[in-house]
Structure formats: structure tokens, C-alpha cells
Design a protein around this ligand. Structure first.
Ligand code: SF4
Length: 305
């Protein structure tokens, strides 16, 4: 079944997809497919939601997976192969495959997607490293991919108009039980360098998106090896980004999706943020006020108050 669908993705079609890829980053091959799904016109998205309300979902599985699959189906041609990635697909590939996806990318998907497209372009099988798929009732898993170098991957599609928060740090040292940040991306912190973050921020502002936001599990630990605050590195990052976006751009750090750990907040940190960012509110991630729950979750974050 899966083989039939992949065979229908002909070499010419893959070549056509790859030929539209701008050369930014080693793994930029993923961008046209994702771009296409994200750019489903508003009226088609609304139609899709209305259809689902009228008829009810036609697939089982978690709501996010159903919604994602519906969007992917609407955006894709008959030959489309449906690949899910991200925290849920990594943690529960069986559920997501049950919802109707053909493949799940496990952990970091950038390299996996690029290798999948290469394999398909050469007429090879879809199944392979970094992926989970079904074989009868069994869920099979390929070897998990090596961590990517963030400087060599694209934080958002370099072509088109869309931007998005720029991921500055991946992985988390804290490994809370309910969160995939450490399980999907590892407990070693990897950071995108200030120069590269600044280049992407500048591109976004030149495209007319004034507000530059960042994705990180812990904003003040940017540049750190062990998860402790590194204000010198945060300052270097913000200085580089300011130089790239000038007065036109607005910088948001310490607010969603780049919150602060409560125990990292200090007078020095607040002075730096006041000087270097445009947000005037900060979000502190306090997971629970209960020491018992924090201990149960392995969350080493301090309760507030
Ligand atoms: S500290 Fe935050 S990002 Fe890190 S594992 Fe815990 S909840 Fe996830």
C-alpha cells in the first residue's frame, strides 16, 4: 500500500520539487513541501474546517494529527505521501500512523526529509532512517537521525513571504517527563550562532515582518552548555540582531515562545533586556507551585512565589 503511493511520486516530480529549492542551508529541500501546506489559502482552510464540522473527522487519532492530515490532503496531489513530524509524531508514531499518515519523522526532521526526497528521487523506498512506518500491525522504526547543526538549517522558508519565530536553541538539559524538548532533541544544548540568527532576522524584516521572535526552551540560557544563564552570549545575540534589523525591526525575547526560567531572572538580566528588547512584558515559565509535582515531573524549575 505504502509502496504504491511512493512509487507514484515519480522522479520527475521529485526533481521538480527540488528544482524550486533556494540554496540556503543543507536541509532546505524540505521547504517547498512545507511551504505549500502552510500556504493553503484561507478560504480553503475554512472550507476544510466546515467540512469536518459537518461530516465529522474521517480518520481516527489525536485532533492535531487529524487536522494536520486534513490540511495535507487538501494541499497535496493524488500522489502525495503524508509525512508527520514534531513532538507528537516522535513520541507516539503509532497513534499518528493510525490517524492516516504514511510516515512519521522521528526527532529532528530536517535531514530525514532531505534524505527521503533524495531516496524517492532515485526511485528508492520511502522507508528508511529517521522514519517510522507501518508494516501490517507493526510500527517499524528506522535509526534516529544525528542532531543537526542549526547554523546549516533554515528556521523558516527562505522563499516566499512567510517568516516565523527563529529557533535559537534546541534541546533542553532538564528532561521534564511531560515535555518532548529533551526526548526529541536531546539534553545537550545547541545554539544557532548570533551572526546566523541576525541574518535570518534581517531577511524577515526586509520582507516587511517587523516583529522578530525567537524559539528556545530558556531564553537567558542562550549560548550556555549546561543550561545556566549566559548574559554575555545573550547580549552578543541581541546586539547582532539589532544591527541586522535596525530601527525598523522590533525584537521580542523573554516572551512567547522564548520564556525565561524564574531562577534565571536577576537585576542584570532585567537591565540587559530593558535595554536590548522591545517587549515590555516578560513570561516566566513556572510549571507548578507544588514541590511534589515538580519532583514527580523531574522539573528542576523553581516554583514562583
Ligand atoms: S524545562 Fe521546559 S523545555 Fe525543558 S524539558 Fe522542562 S518543560 Fe521542556
Amino acid at each position: 500500500m505504502l509502496f504504491k503511493k511512493t512509487a507514484a511520486l515519480t522522479r520527475a516530480k521529485v526533481r521538480n520539487i527540488l528544482s524550486r529549492v533556494p540554496v540556503i542551508g543543507d536541509h532546505a529541500q524540505e521547504l517547498p513541501l512545507l511551504h505549500r501546506i502552510q500556504h493553503l489559502p484561507g478560504h480553503e482552510r475554512r472550507q476544510l474546517r466546515a467540512q469536518e464540522r459537518r461530516r465529522g473527522p474521517d480518520v481516527r487519532g489525536p485532533p492535531e494529527a487529524r487536522q494536520g492530515l486534513a490540511v495535507a490532503r487538501a494541499a497535496g496531489a493524488a500522489w502525495a505521501l503524508h509525512l508527520a513530524g514534531g513532538p507528537h509524531a516522535t513520541a507516539e508514531p503509532g497513534e499518528v500512523l493510525e490517524a492516516g499518515f504514511d510516515l512519521c519523522a522521528l526527532g529532528e526532521g530536517e535531514g530525514t526529509l532531505a534524505r527521503l526526497l533524495e531516496r524517492l528521487g532515485e526511485g528508492g523506498p520511502a522507508e528508511g532512517p529517521g522514519l517510522a512506518w507501518r508494516e501490517g500491525a507493526e510500527v517499524r522504526r528506522g535509526r534516529r537521525p544525528e542532531p543537526v547543526d542549526l547554523d546549516r538549517t533554515a528556521p523558516f522558508p527562505p522563499s516566499g513571504e512567510r517568516g516565523g519565530p527563529i529557533e535559537i536553541t534546541r534541546g533542553c538539559v532538564h528532561a521534564c517527563r511531560f515535555c518532548q524538548a529533551s526526548f526529541a532533541a536531546g539534553v545537550r544544548l545547541r545554539h544557532r550562532s548570533p551572526e546566523v540568527v541576525a541574518a535570518w532576522a534581517g531577511l524577515q524584516v526586509r520582507r516587511g515582518r517587523r516583529d522578530v521572535r525567537f524559539v528556545t526552551p530558556s531564553a537567558l540560557a542562550y549560548g550556555s552548555d549546561d543550561g545556566s544563564p549566559r548574559l554575555d552570549r545573550v547580549e552578543a545575540l541581541l546586539t547582532a540582531v539589532r544591527a541586522a534589523v535596525g530601527k525598523e525591526g522590533r525584537i521580542f525575547l523573554g516572551t512567547f515562545p522564548s520564556e525565561l526560567r524564574p531562577e534565571h531572572v536577576s537585576p542584570e538580566a532585567l537591565r540587559l533586556l530593558r535595554r536590548a528588547v522591545d517587549n515590555r512584558a516578560l513570561l516566566l515559565g513556572a510549571q507548578s507551585g507544588s514541590d511534589r509535582l515538580l519532583a514527580a515531573a523531574h522539573a528542576r524549575r523553581l516554583p514562583v512565589g
